[in-house]
Design a protein around this ligand. Structure first.
Ligand SMILES: O=C(O)CCC(=O)C(=O)O
Ligand SMILES: [Fe+2]
Length: 281
C-alpha cells in the first residue's frame, strides 16, 4: 500500500473537519481490489444472495453484512494504514470497527434517501465526530452509476435531513481504487444507478471507542476466525478497552479471551500503580 505524506494527511484531516468528507485516491492496491471482488463474487454465489428487501438498503442492491465472518480477504480493509492514519486523527486511536459491509448497486437502483449514518444517536447536532464511514470503490464511482451523493459541510448542520426529501447534493465521483471518507453526521446517500453495470463498493465504518458499534462483531464473527486475526483487527472488533475501563471483563481486557496477553493496565490498576511509585519516578 502506498505511503501518505504528512502534508497529504493533514489536508485530508482538515477536509474532514471543514467539509465533512475527503477522497483518498489510488488507495487500494490492484491485487487487493481483485482479491476483494473475487471474494464478494464467491460469497454471493455460495450463499445465493439477492437484492436487499427494503427501500433504504436498496431493492436493486446486493448488501453483504459482517464481511469478516465470510472471507480472510476482508481482514486487510479495517486495518488499512492509509485510512487509519486519517480516521485516527478524526476519532482517536481507540476507535472501533462499527460495521464492514458490501454495497453493490445494480442497474435501476434508485437513489437512497439522504441521511446521516449516526442520526439515530440522540446527541444534539452539531456534535464532535463520533463515527467515520469509508467507501472503498471497487469499480469507478460515477454520477451515472450511483456514486455516493453528499451535502458538503452538512456535518455541521444543527438538524438531520427529512426522510425522502430532495436536497441539493454533490456527487462524490471517484475512480476505482479510491476511498471516500465521511463524518457520520454528513448528509449523504447512494446515488441512482442508470447504467447496465454494477457499482461495487465496500463500506468500512468506524466509531469512537465509547460508541456502540452497528454490528456486533464480538458475537457475530466465529471465535476461531477472531483468534486468527492480527491484534489490531481484534482490538478494532471491540476486543479492547476504552480509556482503560469501558469494555472490561472482570477487570481484564477482553483480548485475553482470544488467547492474547493484556499489554496495558486498566484504569484502576494504573492509578494504583502510580500511587505506589516514588513521587519523582
Ligand atoms: O451506497 C452508497 O453510496 C452509500 C450507502 C449509505 O450511505 C448507507 O447505506 O448508509
Ligand atoms: Fe449512509
Amino acid at each position: 500500500m502506498r505511503q501518505m505524506s504528512e502534508q497529504e494527511q493533514s489536508r485530508h484531516v482538515n477536509d474532514m473537519k471543514e467539509k465533512g468528507y475527503t477522497i483518498l485516491e489510488d488507495a487500494i492496491p490492484r491485487d487487493l481490489m481483485k482479491e476483494l471482488k473475487e471474494a464478494l463474487a464467491e460469497i454471493e454465489e455460495t450463499h445465493k444472495l439477492g437484492y436487499s428487501k427494503t427501500a433504504f438498503e436498496g431493492t436493486r442492491t446486493v448488501r453483504i453484512y459482517n464481511l469478516l465472518a465470510y472471507h480472510r480477504a476482508f481482514e486487510k480493509i479495517p486495518v488499512s494504514p492509509l485510512v487509519l492514519s486519517v480516521v485516527e486523527k478524526v476519532l482517536d486511536q481507540e476507535l472501533q470497527l462499527s460495521s464492514l459491509s458490501a454495497i453493490c448497486l445494480g442497474p435501476d437502483q434508485e437513489s437512497q434517501p439522504l441521511h446521516g449514518d449516526s442520526q439515530m444517536i440522540p446527541l444534539p447536532r452539531p456534535h464532535l465526530p463520533i463515527a467515520v464511514n469509508s467507501m472503498w470503490a471497487l469499480s469507478d464511482f460515477t454520477e451515472e452509476n450511483g456514486a455516493t451523493r453528499i451535502v458538503p459541510g452538512s456535518h455541521l448542520f444543527d438538524h438531520n435531513p427529512e426522510y425522502d426529501k430532495q436536497y441539493e447534493t454533490e456527487c462524490a465521483e471517484m475512480p476505482a481504487g479510491s476511498i471516500l471518507l465521511w463524518n457520520s453526521a454528513l448528509w449523504h446517500g447512494g446515488g441512482a444507478n442508470k447504467t447496465d453495470q454494477r457499482r461495487d463498493g465496500i463500506a468500512c465504518y468506524y466509531c469512537a471507542g465509547w460508541v456502540r458499534p452497528q454490528e456486533n462483531q464480538q458475537l457475530g464473527i466465529p471465535a476461531d476466525r477472531l483468534k486468527a486475526f492480527p491484534r489490531r483487527l481484534q482490538e478494532l472488533c471491540s476486543f479492547s478497552v476504552y480509556q482503560g475501563v469501558y469494555g472490561h471483563i472482570d477487570n481484564k481486557d477482553p483480548i485475553h479471551l482470544l488467547g492474547r496477553e493484556q499489554t496495558r493496565d486498566l484504569l484502576w490498576q494504573a492509578s494504583e500503580r502510580r500511587k505506589k511509585e516514588p513521587e519523582n519516578a
